[in-house]
Design a binder for this molecule. Sequence first.
Ligand code: HEC
Ligand code: HEC
Length: 358
Amino acid sequence: MVRDKKFFWIPAFAGMTMLALLLPPVFAGELEPFKEVPIPAHNLQTPEKIELGKKLFFDRRLSGDGTMSCATCHDPEQAFTDGLDIALSYPTTKNWRNSPTLINVAFQKYLFHDGRTGTLEEQALFPMMSAFEMNQNLDFLEEEIKQVPEYAEAFNKIFNGEPTKERIGMVIASFERTLISGNSPLDRYLNGDKKALSEKARKGLGIFTRKGKCADCHFGVNLSDDRFYALSVPENPALLNDPRVISTMRFVAKVYKFKEYRTLKEDPGRYLITRNMFHWKEFKTPTLREISRTAPYMHNGVFNTLDEVIEFFNQGGGKGSTVLKPLGLSADEKKYLKAFLIEALTGDEIIIKYPELP
Ligand code: HEC
Ligand code: HEC
């Protein structure tokens, strides 16, 4: 038997490794119905944490000048986005990327378009500190929150201690893990209810998983492979012509120690985080759940409609993209794909009772 011949394995292993290196970093995946939300052991869900996190999520004290809360840019009425191409920003500044939905964010392995954080606990502190988002000093915020008796008491009850920035991040994360899109027609279909999708949407699902190759990257329960790709999405023109956006872009690049930040004219994507040229302009595969409600699309909101996104993929991505190939979809096939995206991926509405803030 070949297995007994130890030396066979050395060239075979080397060959396999080579093959793995030559193959594009994509693997086709299957769609899965909604399952349980992953909860980290160090921050188990409790009703008290969720309630306190919700209050802080809506509380404008979290921003330096008291004008913005998390909900300003992640508005429950707009599927937890702000509906703009480039997100809202701290007064007098301008953001440079699109505000993603927080629905199903609990399933994500990496957060932000460039994946710069991995946990919701840690992530929550970034927008508070960011000069162009909430512009708050976290040590100051701790003291401010301690002075609100209702908050001090709630932290004490949950943590047996004072409000700290880490604990603020923890309770906000607990609230975010309740923002779930489940029971969508796709979930029901995958669970055996063949009537849950219209005929058009069923055809669209076929294109999504086969001819359109969408499920090569958008698969699993959250329709994302948690990877990063350079699809050559066109730049948002604001990166070239809006001085406030240009300042933000170059400021972020400088913070990430990008040497040529002074002349930067585009979003380097994942490269800023890893400093590996292979990651130049790569962005995270986003979830497609609730996609009909989260326009505009892509990390910079350059596409306003799903038709534009579908046409983009149909043409094999943007100029110079080597990841995608033209698909040759007919007008009908594009229609079915769109019907699938709109009909199949919208779950039960998330009903938020706005909290009363102290
Ligand atoms: C001024 C607008 C703004 C505010 C305020 C804001 N965000 Fe965001 N949020 C964004 C933008 C823009 C991104 C994407 C940034 C990037 O990828 O570089 C983002 C990304 C995120 C992500 C990652 C989502 C994903 O799919 O990767 C989470 C989670 C998040 N925000 C939560 C929060 C929380 C919690 C707060 C309040 C503490 C908050 N945000 C406040 C604009 C905002
Ligand atoms: C090679 C991996 C890959 C394939 C194949 C792929 N996508 Fe994507 N998709 C991505 C990435 C990465 C992004 C984010 C790009 C960005 O932010 O600039 C994205 C973004 C999207 C968006 C916008 C989501 C949002 O919230 O902004 C939609 C819609 C979408 N894809 C649908 C599709 C459809 C439909 C197909 C098949 C025709 C497809 N994708 C094929 C990786 C892929």
